[in-house]
Design a protein around this ligand. Structure first.
Ligand SMILES: Nc1nc2c(ncn2[C@@H]2O[C@H](COP(=O)(O)OP(=O)(O)O)[C@@H](O)[C@H]2O)c(=O)[nH]1
Ligand SMILES: [Mg+2]
Length: 374
């Protein structure tokens, strides 16, 4: 026994360390909700195994707890005004005491032996009008070790109850047992039908061999222990939870809750990675579009420059041609004028001083004309 205790204590210390790391991770990634969940889990790791009793308002949850605890009095108030009810955490204490934690949460300490191994949380109801109740009930789920889902035996088919069940089982994979309460109010045959209905539905939701109990807190209170249905419930608890098993089961549950949280962080990271990759792909796409556009623009600029140059060439060639043509016209005119001038001059020289002396100026005029041509 002491060996088990030693190993349990060592295991708890290791799990405590892992939960601490997980808590730091949730803070690092800035996930306020998960950080709070893990912080709650850390605070409760040394608590006893925790039953959380959930179900619709007036299903008979509080009566179920009172009957289970076998005390002479009502520990948790039965029914009068469910709307003003609080969540009540019932734990072991040497003497009775009620500690108000906040307007929605009360801690009740009582000297009942079973509470040394299990703590019980009574919740006002999943369909309660006050939103905070649902919120707080939900906040108890991650730290719970066993969920007792209580239905009114007459009607276990309400949608809101099964929606809440999906949250518990689907999101948190918590261990659940089902109780059909107030069975004294219906015939054995009808009860049989509803038990089968719950069984079918739970199996459809993926629960393997669901545990379903039918109880009557009224019969138990009246002392009809054979008919009340509490014997099988107590037997189940004794076989599966109490009798020294609770601390290890509690640690196992804490580990699986941590794994759930870890998974959900991983899913978040995977999602972000996918988003990042999609963003990178998009950026690549934009870059290649821009590159293509740049290439196209460059080509257009080249084309434009070529066109301008070609236009320039055409214009200069035309101008050059015009100029050249202009110049040759001018030289033609000039030659003509010059030849007229030369003819007149030679005639005059020949007339004045004879052929020999006239030869010289004619040659020099021809030279002048030749210079014009150069
Ligand atoms: N006949 C009968 N009435 C019950 C039984 N359990 C609870 N009730 C009544 O059902 C009503 C709601 O019970 P309560 O335990 O307060 O339901 P809770 O809102 O789920 O906590 C009260 O009027 C109880 O007296 C039962 O086993 N048999
Ligand atoms: Mg109640």
């Amino acid at each position: 026994m002491s060996l088990i205790n030693q190993s349990t204590i060592a295991l708890r210390a290791r799990i405590d360390e892992a939960v601490k790391d997980l808590h730091e991770l949730t803070i690092k990634i800035n996930h306020a909700d998960l950080a709070k969940t893990v912080s709650d889990l850390r605070n409760r790791i040394n608590d006893p195994f925790m039953f959380v009793i959930v179900g619709e308002v007036k299903a008979g949850k509080s009566s179920f707890i009172n009957a289970l605890l076998q005390t002479d009095r009502e520990i948790t108030k039965v029914a009068p005004q469910p709307m003003t009810d609080t969540i009540q955490q019932i734990v072991y204490g040497e003497k009775e005491e009620v500690i108000v934690i906040n307007p929605f949460l009360k801690k009740i300490l009582i000297p009942v032996d079973i509470l040394k191994e299990v703590a019980i949380v009574d919740t006002p109801g999943t369909n309660t009008i006050i939103e905070h109740h649902q919120e707080i009930t939900e906040s108890f789920i991650p730290a719970s070790d066993l969920i007792v889902f209580v239905f009114e035996a007459k009607n276990p088919y309400r949608q809101s109850a099964w929606d809440f069940f999906k949250f518990i089982h689907g999101d948190w994979r918590k261990k659940v047992i089902f109780v059909l309460q107030q069975k004294d109010l219906m015939s054995a045959e009808d009860l049989e039908v509803n038990m089968q209905g719950v069984l079918d539905y739970a199996e459809k939701q993926g629960i393997h061999q669901p545990q379903i109990f039918a109880t009557s807190a009224k019969l138990e209170k009246d002392g009809n222990k054979t008919e009340s249905g509490f014997i099988p419930v107590r037997h189940y608890i004794l076989e599966n939870i109490t009798g020294g098993k609770a601390p290890v089961l509690k640690l196992e549950n804490s580990v699986s809750t941590c794994l759930r949280i870890n998974d959900s962080i991983r899913e978040g990271l995977d999602l972000r990675q996918q988003q990042w990759e999609a963003d990178m792909e998009f950026r690549k796409d934009i870059k290649s579009t821009l590159d293509n556009q740049e290439l196209k623009s460059n080509r257009q600029v080249d084309q434009l420059v070529e066109n301008i140059l070609a236009g320039y060439d055409r214009t200069t060639q035309a101008k050059e041609r015009e100029l050249r043509e202009g110049l040759s016209l001018f030289s033609l005119v000039r030659r003509s004028i010059s030849s007229i001038f030369t003819k007149n001059f030679s005639q005059r020289v020949v007339g004045n001083s004879g052929q020999r002396t006239g030869a010289k100026p004619e040659r020099s005029a021809a030279r002048k004309t030749a210079r014009w041509h150069q």
